[in-house]
Write a protein that binds this ligand. Structure first.
Ligand code: 8YV
Length: 313
């Protein structure tokens, strides 16, 4: 392996950073004073990029690395990686699917419970001493309600299974019905939102889902409806969402993802009908360790045999 053969785009978990640097001699791109100057001088020696859903790998970086053969990413989402540019050059791309399904679904359900039952709001209420002045307002029942799932993939299915434990009625919208799925397929997202009490977004990000949850979908969910998003901020018309939450045209929301992370629309900070989370759905010790292990497995497999374990389809 030549010097600079592995390039790490941004910081990952400290232990993973250490392994990549010490065991694989990975170069930390984010620590270079001038990124373009570094790729200009050393780009031709890079064979593998290690990145994450957050740090990505765009067409410009791919173009600056003429010998690049693999992009190994930490995270299941790959909307920040230019797959077309990678495919055009025969570059293999891997992600970390499955190992995070449970934790992401857990958080989706947590956000749903919190948005409906006002757990974080109740916590603020107690801390502020407001309980001494009177009772907390009534909240929304979750058990037995209708849950719409946008994107019944591996994570969406885990959300559905949790919902079944709450005796919920479940329907989903995908590009087409998913073979073997026991839940009702709804071809029209607007109809799904209209039917559902709650809509959970678990689809992929990127151009094919950009703005799918439009103003019309948000308004179909309605003043008593709750939107939960653990996918990508890009799936939702965020301006319409903020306005609907502010004016009561949407009942509530639980959001782990935003369009311009870590910046959250200022208007949301003052609202009690939204629960805000800092893109933390996969962020447990257990899941992040499993994701890191899968990154290293993909890297080792590629270096040993030119194939990754979990390629992006
Ligand atoms: C990660 C994610 O937290 O897997 C994904 O696609 O969005 C999250 O699990 C994060 O993006 C990793 O950088």
């Amino acid at each position: 392996m030549s010097d600079n053969a592995i390039l790490q785009v941004g910081p990952l978990a400290p232990q993973l950073n250490d392994t990549l640097q010490q065991q694989y001699g990975a170069v930390a791109l984010w620590q270079q004073a001038d990124r373009a100057a570094w790729t200009g001088a050393h780009g031709a020696s890079v064979r593998v990029v290690v990145t994450s859903a957050r740090h990505g790998c765009d067409a410009a970086l791919i173009a600056a690395l003429p010998k690049l053969q693999a992009i190994v990413s930490f995270g299941v989402g790959y909307d920040s990686i230019d797959l077309e540019a990678a495919r055009a050059r025969g570059i293999v791309v891997s992600n970390t699917p499955d190992v995070l399904n449970d934790c992401v679904a857990d958080l989706a359900f947590g956000l749903l419970l919190d948005s409906a039952r006002g757990i974080a709001h109740g916590d603020r209420f107690v801390r502020a001493g407001s309980w001494l002045q009177g009772a907390f307002p009534l909240t929304t029942r979750v058990s037995g309600k209708k849950l719409g799932i946008l994107g019944l993939g591996r994570i969406g299915e885990k959300v559905a299974r949790r919902a079944a434990g709450f005796d919920m009625k479940i329907a989903y919208h995908n590009r087409g019905p998913r073979a073997g799925a026991p839940w009702r397929f709804e071809a029209d997202l607007l109809a799904l939102a209209d039917w559902a009490d709650f809509l959970a977004i678990t689809c992929v990000g990127g151009p094919q889902t950009e703005g799918l949850v439009s103003r019309a979908v948000i308004e179909a969910l309605g003043p008593r409806g709750i939107l939960v998003n653990v996918s990508r901020g890009s799936v939702v018309d965020e301006d319409a969402l903020v306005e609907a939450l502010r004016t009561g045209r949407l009942g509530g929301a639980g959001l782990d993802v935003f369009r311009d992370e870590p910046r959250v629309p200022q208007a949301l900070l003052a609202l009690d009908n939204v629960v805000l989370a800092p893109h933390m759905a996969s962020g447990t010790h257990e899941t992040r360790a499993a994701m890191a292990a899968l990154v290293l497995e993909n890297l080792a497999a590629f270096l040993a045999g030119g194939k990754v374990v979990t390629p992006v389809a």
